[in-house]
Design a protein around this ligand. Structure first.
Ligand SMILES: [Zn+2]
Ligand SMILES: [Zn+2]
Length: 110
């Protein structure tokens, strides 16, 4: 990790990560919109973070299943969030259609 951090601290690294960020924004403006809208809703107290839906870890992150529906999120811990993105990436044509439907089924024993 130290090497990565050193690279990011260099000017070249900074420029690269800036460019990368800019590209991400241009490619997925709705992602930024969703995150900002969610943050605002959380600050206003409309949305409260919940523990990971899969394992109950209280350190959870909001996962958007549809960036155009910014308040519809699934709370997942870091690990399950990463896994969810890997699953979604593995499916054809992106993550919006690829949201794992099983996350939204209410489990009888949950
Ligand atoms: Zn989890
Ligand atoms: Zn996510």
């Amino acid at each position: 990790m130290a090497r990565t951090r050193a690279y990011q601290a260099s000017e070249a690294g900074k420029a690269a990560s800036r460019n990368n960020h800019k590209n991400q924004v241009l490619k997925h403006p709705e992602k930024i919109f969703a995150r900002q809208a969610l943050r605002a809703a959380m600050m206003a107290g409309y949305i409260v973070a919940e523990p990971c839906k899969l394992c109950g870890n209280p350190k959870s992150e909001a996962h958007h299943t549809d960036y155009l529906d910014p308040f519809h999120v699934v709370w997942l811990c870091r690990k399950h969030h990463d896994e969810q993105h890997i699953r979604e990436r593995g499916r054809k044509d992106g993550h919006l259609a690829g949201a794992d439907a099983s996350l939204f089924e209410e489990k009888p024993n949950a």
